[in-house]
Design a protein around this ligand. Structure first.
Ligand code: SF4
Ligand code: SF4
Length: 353
């Protein structure tokens, strides 16, 4: 039977995390051997570790040390939302780990066509790096809420394999259809096929995630060879009243096998705040959403006092529904597909939903 280890961990001390990871890998039956390994953290945008937007450097450090103890060659890579991989690595603190442990960087700046025969209607995806270049891919997401998809956990994290601005194309194709977007994310995840997923939930994020929510001391590390079951397990731990679209689809299509949870004495996670966007429209069919979007579906709104007029939101909007007027962004709600990429990428947390 497949296994998920949920370990409690109250701090980001590398030695403590390394011991916990060793125990967790034994629990789930994942032996480390000499290999070429790609670690894929969450490098969404350039934020420092205490903001809880990116995977904490201590987790990457502990994991990389473990791998190097077994003579692995270690690469770290991701394709951030709109910045360079190096910039986000520096802000996140992971660059220091890379330098100290002499790790390699993959900038995810190639154009590699990967074929899919999965759930979504799409058969090709353009990747920034080829998971097949590595013996082992280790997926290391951050536990966060997500305005469009409810939460971003293991399966969603592999969307980072999609080359930079190609991500916007997939948002545009999915529009407001969360289940269609979930099927795209599942297909991408199944192409990447990570051998292992380690979820950083020591300090996660709730509320207005994935970049401007509330950092939360949750004190957990999740470890599994199967990100679908890890995600479901975590959704139950934070007491979601309905599964995320990814878990819903995974269940429906037989991607959620029976599993055993191996846990320490779990702290009770209470008052986990979901994004407001998930309150009302999860079950509305996509065709109805097109008509109801201006009444039912939460609009992104600008906080003009906080906005610095950098125009990043204008650049990342997949449907060109934003323009700058008098130095501040102006929304065209008729064209807005409610993907919330603008809120996700705003470096000043000036967009609320
Ligand atoms: S809302 Fe955010 S991303 Fe958009 S212009 Fe203002 S500060 Fe920049
Ligand atoms: S305005 Fe924001 S939410 Fe609307 S389509 Fe553009 S990026 Fe997505």
């Amino acid at each position: 039977m497949e296994k998920v280890a949920i370990k409690t961990c109250s701090n980001y001390h590398v030695k403590t995390i390394k011991d916990i990871l060793s125990a967790g890998l034994q629990d789930i039956g994942f032996p480390i051997g000499k290999a070429k390994v790609l670690i894929k953290p969450n490098l969404l945008l350039s934020k420092t570790p205490e903001k809880a937007v990116t995977t904490h450097p201590a987790i990457i450090g502990a994991l990389a040390e473990l791998l190097k103890d077994h003579s692995c060659t270690v690469y770290i890579g991701d394709s951030p939302g709109f910045e360079s991989t190096n910039k986000v690595l520096s802000y996140s603190g992971i660059m220091t780990v890379i330098e100290q442990l002499e790790l390699n960087i993959s900038h995810f700046n190639h154009n590699i066509i990967k074929l899919s025969a999965g759930l979504s209607p799409y058969r090709e995806f353009l990747f920034g790096d080829d998971p097949e270049n590595y013996d082992v891919v280790i997926n290391v997401p951050k536990l966060k809420t997500h305005a469009m998809m409810g939460m971003t956990l293991g399966v969603k994290n592999t969307f980072g394999f999609i080359h930079a601005f190609e991500k916007a194309k997939w948002h545009l194709r999915a529009g407001q259809d969360r289940l269609l977007f979930a099927s795209i994310l599942i297909d991408i995840h199944n192409i990447v096929k990570p051998s292992l997923t380690i979820l950083d939930g020591i300090i996660g994020m709730d509320g207005n995630g994935p970049s401007s929510g509330r950092p939360r001391n949750l004190g957990i590390l999740g470890i599994s060879k199967n990100a679908f079951i890890l995600d479901e397990c975590v959704e139950k731990l934070v007491h979601l009243s309905y599964p995320t679209p990814i878990t819903h689809l995974a269940k429906k299509h037989g991607l959620l096998p029976q599993y055993e949870t191996i846990d320490d004495d779990m702290p009770e996670i209470v008052d986990f705040m979901m994004p407001k966007t998930m309150d009302t429209d999860w079950n509305i069919p996509a065709f109805a959403k097109r008509f109801l979007k201006n009444t039912f579906i939460k609009k992104p709104k600008i906080d003009k006092k906080t906005c610095k007029g950098c125009a990043i939101c204008v650049k990342v909007c997949p449907s060109h529904a934003l323009s700058l007027k008098d130095g501040k962004p102006l929304f065209d709600y008729q064209h807005c597909i409610r993907c919330y990429c603008c809120q996700e990428m705003c470096p000043e947390n000036a967009i609320k939903v």
